[in-house]
Design a binder for this molecule. Structure first.
Ligand code: DAH
Length: 345
């Protein structure tokens, strides 16, 4: 009997050595411990034995059963460990590998510029006002003292939509008109109006058929050119640093009288002359002037009692100067490969 048990143990051990999957393990288990398994069959022999023999046989039977259960369990554990190790190997993540470089977005330069200027003006008590991009000829030109056929319209040729009366606004100045017309008491006005504008320009490094302007308008009692100068000074220093100086250069706009060009001393060379200021020491950043009496009266204001100044900046131009962007088209291109102006990494 002893021998039989020993052979079974040996047989089981050998069978288990070949096992490498749960399926094989199941087969071996049935083979030995199943209803018709070798150990089960062995236990049936108990009936044929005498009481004395039964005692020994029972002990041997328990021993082989325990042995088989333990051996099967051991094998099951080792298969589980094997599978787990393989899984760990195949799903291994090397945390020391550098990750895929995800390009972070950054705030749009033009939006950033507008928000920065808005904050500056809000702190000075101005309101931010917006107007429609599809505008009436009346507001974009006529009430701004640019009647039909006026030669100054040529510089602001734009896209017309209907009967020459509706157009894509060529400047943000019509927002001045809208605001003054809407002000029923004809009291003071203090606004800036940022927004998109359009012109029939051929696109190149410095021209775009669509661009962004920011207009400013201040109307009150006793406003003079000195107020404009002081305001421009604040803007210039805010944008280009405390050391820049400002100057007016006489100019012409139909909606202002007198009209001026707004120049800042070159923030790059300090006024000595360099490629950015084209060796002049000065950079023109916008246009401005005292609101023309005709424009005031067109909007119901009495030019004898009230006066005001207005100014206009091209936001792209300011951003190009401030951030060293060399092609205005870079603001609108979304193919980063061709975007040589982008300095982000
Ligand atoms: N609208 C002018 C332009 O687009 C810029 C400008 C000049 C606006 C003088 C003004 C101003 O309000 O007073 O060229």
């Amino acid at each position: 009997m002893n021998e039989k048990v020993e052979t079974l143990k040996k047989e089981l051990t050998e069978r288990l050595e070949e096992v490498s999957s749960f399926i094989d393990l199941g087969t071996v288990k049935t083979e030995f411990l199943g209803k018709k398994g070798k150990i089960t069959e062995l236990s049936l022999m108990i009936k044929t034995l005498s009481p004395e023999e039964k005692k020994d046989f029972g002990r041997l039977l328990n021993e082989i059963k325990t042995f088989a259960e333990e051996a099967l369990q051991e094998k099951q554990d080792s298969i589980e460990t094997l599978i787990m190790n393989e899984k760990l190997k195949s799903e291994r993540i090397d945390v020391t590998l550098p990750g895929t470089n995800i390009k972070n977005g950054s705030p749009n330069m033009l939006e950033g510029m507008i928000e920065d200027l808005e904050e500056l003006f809000l702190n000075m008590g101005y309101d931010v006002v917006e107007g429609p991009e599809v505008e009436k000829d009346l507001y974009n030109f006529e009430l701004l003292n640019l009647p039909k056929g006026h030669p100054a319209r040529d510089a602001q040729d734009t896209f017309y939509l209907k009967d020459d009366e509706l157009l894509l606004r060529s400047q943000t100045s019509p927002v001045q008109i809208r605001t003054m017309l809407a002000n029923a008491e004809k009291g003071p006005v203090r606004i800036i109006c940022p927004g998109k504008t359009y012109r029939r320009d051929d696109d190149d490094a410095t021209h775009s058929h669509q661009f962004t302007q920011m207009e400013g308008l201040l109307v009150d009692v006793g406003i003079s050119l000195a107020d404009l100068k002081g305001t421009f000074d604040v803007i210039a220093k805010h944008l280009f640093g405390e050391n820049v100086e400002t100057r007016f250069r006489s100019s012409f706009y139909p909606f202002t009288e007198p009209s001026v060009e707004l120049d800042v001393s070159c923030f790059n060379c300090g006024g000595k002359g360099c490629p950015i200021c084209k060796q002049t020491g000065w950079i023109t950043v916008g246009g401005a002037g005292m609101v023309h009496p005709k424009v005031l009266s067109n909007c119901g204001y009495d030019p004898e009692k009230m006066s005001g100044f207005a100014f206009g900046f091209g936001i792209e131009r300011l951003a190009m100067l401030k951030y060293g962007v060399t092609d205005v088209r870079s603001f609108y291109m979304n193919d980063l490969r061709n975007n040589s102006d982008r300095k982000d990494v």
